[in-house]
Design a protein around this ligand. Structure first.
Ligand code: PPE
Length: 305
């Protein structure tokens, strides 16, 4: 689906008209994948549009930059405020936000010492990432033939633009084979995560999600869902999962800012009961929370403007 445009994009401290928010073809990050980015959602709440866990997302952006060794030209508070300004400026009640920091035009070659970092923040409406039926009917998963990044190859805890070539290989392989999404194993053969979501797998009375040491991104939705599960009395543990654990699971769901809480109905054509009780309860609790209907976590609904 073509992107729905909004009036302006924030670039290095200024609002620039959407159609003028361009970069040079010799931008370092375009050539070498040396950018860091975030995906954040704003939701309509009774108090107005609120950006979910905005500060934590921007802190992760700065951690990604730190892992990459990328100097950042603004402080966290400035980028947090810029995101709030972008949502207010968009006039949207709900939207997806994409802050990105990249080495701009000026120097070529792999060394980044002489490069300056540019930051841009765009917002646009973005619907259900894995389809409108993802919660009720679930999605079809394929274990990817592509291995998730290793910590000493491309640090998976950094949301680096270049890391997503790996995710795109996995996603396209799954789509071309008629599936909805890819599950990636790490170099040791253990379950890591999906091309754009963290994974939870229930068996008996415990739900397991792989640790970030598996190569998974430390997901903000993953953390949110674990806190909601504790409140609901659902037993979630961080632990290792083998491919066969998925084949005989009682339920599986995947989570992310874009995908929210989405159910899985099969893995490599082995049927998984769907949607299971934990999936249904957590999807509903998450939908309420992000819309400001859970007083316990009100501080996570960061108002725009
Ligand atoms: N793993 C990966 C690889 C990932 O890309 C995401 C977010 C997650 C886990 C979940 O992280 P969090 O959003 O903090 O819960 N994927 C983004 C979509 C990527 C895309 O551009 O497409 C997102 O959900 O915004």
């Amino acid at each position: 689906m073509p992107i729905e445009t909004t009036p302006n994009i924030w670039m290095n401290g200024e609002m620039v008209p959407w159609e003028d928010a361009k970069i040079h073809v010799l931008t370092h990050t375009l050539h070498y994948g040396t950018g860091v980015f975030e995906g954040i959602r704003a939701y309509e709440t009774e108090q107005g549009p609120a950006i979910f866990r905005l500060t934590e997302h921007i802190e992760r952006l700065y951690n990604s930059a730190k892992i990459l060794g990328m100097p950042m030209p603004f402080d966290v508070a400035t980028i947090v405020q810029a995101c709030k300004d972008v949502v207010a400026d968009s006039g949207l009640d709900a939207c997806y936000l994409r802050p990105i920091a990249y080495y701009g035009f000026g120097e070529m070659g792999l060394a980044t010492g002489a490069c300056t970092t540019d930051i841009a923040i765009a917002a646009w409406p973005w619907g259900a990432y894995l389809g409108d039926d993802a919660v009720s009917k679930g999605v079809r998963m394929k274990i990817s033939s592509w291995t998730r990044h290793d910590h000493n190859i491309m640090p998976p805890a950094a949301k680096t633009t270049g890391n997503y070539a790996n995710s795109t290989l996995a996603k396209m392989e799954a789509l071309n084979a008629g599936y909805d999404e890819a599950i990636m194993l790490n170099g040791a053969g253990l379950v890591s995560e999906c091309s754009g979501e963290n994974l939870f797998c229930a068996k008996g009375d415990v739900v397991i999600t792989p640790p970030s040491s598996s190569g998974a991104l430390p997901g903000i939705t993953q953390d949110t869902v674990m806190r909601l599960a504790a409140d609901l009395g659902i037993n979630i543990e961080i632990g290792d999962l083998a491919r066969s654990d998925l084949y005989i699971a009682d339920e599986i769901f995947v989570v992310g800012t874009a995908a929210e809480v989405s159910a899985v109905n099969s893995v490599d054509d082995r049927t998984v009961p769907c949607p299971g009780p934990a999936t249904t309860a957590l999807a509903a609790a998450y939908a309420d929370l992000v819309r400001g209907r859970n007083d316990k976590y009100r501080a996570w609904n960061e108002l725009a403007g």
